[in-house]
Design a binder for this molecule. Structure first.
Ligand SMILES: Nc1ncnc2c1ncn2[C@@H]1O[C@H](COP(=O)(O)OP(=O)(O)OP(=O)(O)O)[C@@H](O)[C@H]1O
Length: 268
């Protein structure tokens, strides 16, 4: 599927290869991510979605291929440092620090990456907690928060540096269908509210189709499909059809999200 040439691309992934020994995981994967969009990469378990996202996050170095952020190739040293400042990564596990309060968890990336005063760190951290409706819980520890609150706290920490790009690694892993819906709605809502660009990897297809501007299907190490959710739903390509059929059983949760019953973050 050709991208819309009028839309500016914040991230371009071109021909990324990655193998571990004999295991070829990525064999020329491409992805175009328009600025301000929510793009979801789907694929079967073991297809290489997490490896792909880690290549984007600079956690795994690809064997071949180019990744361009805002038009600049990441391989270059200065571009990589610039990318790290402007991008954040939300781990599947939330990766919160148990011994730090909610406020201290959120303040951490500001203390580590930006040269700003203690006062401003505190103000910006409180503001991020307020935006994610967690201000009343700033002195609690992660273990004292519900699962949904922990997810929102992880998101508050990811956005406190005002990143342009946020990468989400299976944000709904291990959640039941209702909570999966709510997490996707939460990501889509805050992505639009704060205007960051989001790349999500998931195998929760119905939720992804509802929340995303564009979707991609990773298969055999390549993006077999890239396009809008409507184009994905209408595609007669045999790989897309087979993937859709395998996930059709989840249509009940699609119906739940369409009913609009889960639009508030308190539902997470
Ligand atoms: N650090 C690593 N060293 C060796 N092999 C790895 C490493 N990380 C991932 N792999 C392999 O890469 C392949 C793809 O794994 P990956 O976790 O990216 O799949 P996935 O699509 O995210 O799967 P799931 O949906 O089940 O999480 C697997 O065969 C895995 O064993």
């Amino acid at each position: 599927m050709m991208p819309d040439p009028t839309q500016e691309l914040l991230l371009q992934v071109q021909g990324v290869h990655k193998r571990f020994g004999d295991n070829v995981v990525l064999a020329g994967a491409d992805l175009d991510v328009p600025r301000g969009s929510l793009v979801t990469v789907m694929g079967r378990s073991g297809a290489g979605k997490s490896v792909f996202l880690k290549c984007l996050a600079d956690v795994i170095r690809p064997d071949e291929g180019r990744i361009l952020f805002d038009g600049k190739e990441l391989a270059a040293g200065a571009a990589r440092a610039d990318f790290r400042r402007r991008c954040s990564f939300l781990f599947q596990s939330n990766a919160l620090f148990d011994s730090l309060t909610a406020l201290e968890n959120v303040a951490l990336p500001l203390e580590q990456t930006l040269d700003i005063s203690e006062k401003e760190i505190r103000e910006r951290s409180r503001e991020a907690l307020r935006q994610l409706e967690l201000e009343a819980h700033q002195d609690r520890y992660p273990s004292q928060l519900s699962g949904g609150m922990q997810k929102r706290l992880a998101l508050a920490r990811a956005i406190v540096t005002r990143p342009e790009l946020v990468l989400f690694d299976e944000p709904t892993a291990g959640l039941d269908p209702l909570r999966r819906n709510a997490v996707f709605v939460m990501i889509a809502r805050y992505q639009r509210q704060f205007g960051f660009t989001a790349v999500v990897v998931t195998h929760d297809v119905p939720e992804a189709l509802i929340a995303s501007d564009r979707v991609a299907l990773l298969d055999q190490g390549r993006m077999h499909f890239q396009g809008t959710p409507a184009q994905f739903s209408a595609s007669s390509d045999s790989v897309v059809v087979s993937f859709r059929d395998n996930t059709a059983a989840l249509s009940t949760s699609l119906a739940a999200i369409r009913s609009g019953a889960l639009l508030h973050s308190e539902d997470v």
